[in-house]
Structure formats: structure tokens, C-alpha cells
Design a protein around this ligand. Structure first.
Ligand code: OOG
Ligand code: MG
Length: 263
């Protein structure tokens, strides 16, 4: 069920996307529309996606968020969500990330999957995902909620494309059969100091379960994950605040590291 009409969806999409592009804070959209539901929220997110594609951007992939206890606890919510990645979110390993294009960025250590076959829910499970995975690769997502102080409810954050803003892939890719994604250790350092650590199992027991969940959530909209899709599976640890001048390096067991500087 949705509660917003097309004009309201379009207006909220324009509002949130403008805040993203201008690096300006937004007020929580549920303050204005307290009865908004999940369907409205994804309608706004898809409208933002269409705005970008209509301007000539392409889709770089998809992301799942709020998939670990650490992230859910940090944000005060309890349900995983998804969003999309646009081409210009992508930054190379070792990049300088411009902080003046962002509001209040945080970094997350994640495992990314790339599919080699479509995945469609309902009924998709981690086994289907592993069979349909071409390779996994270390990733750092830079999230940047448009909402003041990163304070939001689920409906507001879904509409805001799950706080997506930048991502960096790095390290070495691996076939899913060559790694134990559950026991894969991750160490996140900011300016040489360890600030968070964890293992793949923090993400829904196994990061492949996050991709399965995505396929099942998309199935509700009668969509699938196409072959060749990059999927960020969600922060393994709590997200870490970064400021201009910070250097971040995340080490992934057996898979190398991903780094960037905030300038
Ligand atoms: C929402 C996005 C969460 C993740 O990996 O859990 C996310 C947020 O925390 O702002 O990307
Ligand atoms: Mg994330």
C-alpha cells in the first residue's frame, strides 16, 4: 500500500537528490509525511534512480544495508534495506575522496559480490547466491545520510537511497569457493589506529545471505538481480566517522586491503 501520490513522490525525490548533489542536510521526510510506508519510500528511491539515469548516469550496482547487529544497533533500526549505486559513486582504491562534496561521511567495511547469473526471489537462499557468484571482492562504502546527525527512521533512510554516496573496491577478488566468507576477518584503521574489527559472519550469519535477502526483497517488486551485478552486502562493523585529512585502510583476511584519503 502506498500513501503518497505521484507528484509527492516526485517532489520528495527531487528534494532528497538535490540535498545529495549540493551536500546540504535534509529534514526527515517523515516529519512532513508521518504515514509514509515502505512502498512510498522505495518509490522515492526509484524516482531518484530514474532522475540520475535520465541525466545519463549508469547503474554501478546495488547495496544492502543494516545487515549486521553492529549497524542496526548504531542506527537504532532492525530491518535490512537496499539501495542503488550510481556510476559516479565509484572511486578507485587509494583515491582522494573530496569531503566538500559530502555532508558527514562515514566508512563501512564490506564484502562485495559480483553475480554471473540472475537471482530472483522469493525463496532465494545463500546456496543459490554462492552458485550464482562470479567473485567476491573487498569494498569500503562511504555512506552520507542526507539527514541531520544521521538521525532517521527506516522509511526516511530508504527514500534517501540508504545513505549511499561513494564506494571503493580493492584488494584481490576471490572465487566464493576459495574463501570462508563467514570467518573472514576485517580490520578497519583510521590514521593507522584500529577502530573497528569483525568477521563476515556479522552480516546475517554469512554475507551471501545478504544477497539472497536482496533477491527476495526485489522479488516483491517482481524484479531480479541481473547477471553481472555488483552488490555491497552491508557494513560488518559499526560505521566510522571520517573528517578531512583522515586516511582509512581496511585489511581483509587473505584478500588484501582497501584504502582512501579524505581531502
Ligand atoms: C544506512 C545505510 C547502511 C550498511 O552497510 O549497513 C549501510 C545508514 O546507516 O546510514 O550502508
Ligand atoms: Mg553499507
Amino acid at each position: 500500500m502506498s500513501t503518497l501520490n505521484q507528484a509527492q513522490v516526485a517532489e520528495l525525490a527531487e528534494y532528497l537528490e538535490t540535498c545529495e548533489l549540493d551536500a546540504k542536510e535534509a529534514t526527515k521526510i517523515t516529519d512532513r509525511y508521518p504515514d509514509m510506508d515502505f512502498e512510498d519510500a522505495y518509490d522515492i528511491q526509484y524516482a531518484i534512480r530514474r532522475r540520475k539515469l535520465d541525466r545519463g548516469h549508469t547503474l554501478a550496482g546495488l547495496k544492502v544495508g543494516l545487515t549486521s547487529r553492529a549497524k542496526m544497533k548504531q542506527m537504532g533500526v532492525d530491518t535490512p534495506i537496499y539501495g542503488f549505486l550510481a556510476d559516479y559513486f565509484d572511486r578507485p582504491d587509494g583515491a582522494d575522496i573530496k569531503t566538500d562534496e559530502l555532508i558527514h561521511p562515514k566508512v563501512e567495511a564490506e564484502l562485495a559480490f559480483v553475480t554471473k547469473a540472475p537471482l530472483k526471489g522469493p525463496g532465494c537462499h545463500a546456496g543459490n547466491v554462492l552458485a550464482a557468484t562470479d567473485f567476491v571482492i573487498p569494498a569500503v562504502e562511504i555512506i552520507d545520510s542526507r539527514y541531520e546527525n544521521f538521525r532517521f527512521d527506516l522509511v526516511s533512510v530508504i527514500a534517501d537511497n540508504a545513505s549511499s554516496s561513494r564506494f571503493v573496491l580493492g584488494g584481490r577478488m576471490a572465487r566464493p569457493s576459495d574463501i570462508d566468507a563467514r570467518n573472514l576477518g576485517v580490520v578497519l584503521e583510521r590514521n593507522g589506529e584500529i577502530v573497528e574489527l569483525g568477521a563476515g559472519a556479522a552480516v546475517l550469519g554469512h554475507p551471501a545471505a545478504s544477497v539472497a535477502l536482496l533477491a527476495n526483497m526485489l522479488g516483491e517488486r517482481d524484479e531480479e538481480i541481473p547477471s553481472g551485478t555488483l552488490i555491497l552486502t552491508g557494513g560488518i562493523t559499526a560505521a566510522v566517522t571520517v573528517n578531512k585529512g583522515d586516511a582509512v585502510n581496511v585489511r581483509f583476511q587473505d584478500l588484501g586491503s582497501v584504502g582512501m584519503r579524505f581531502v
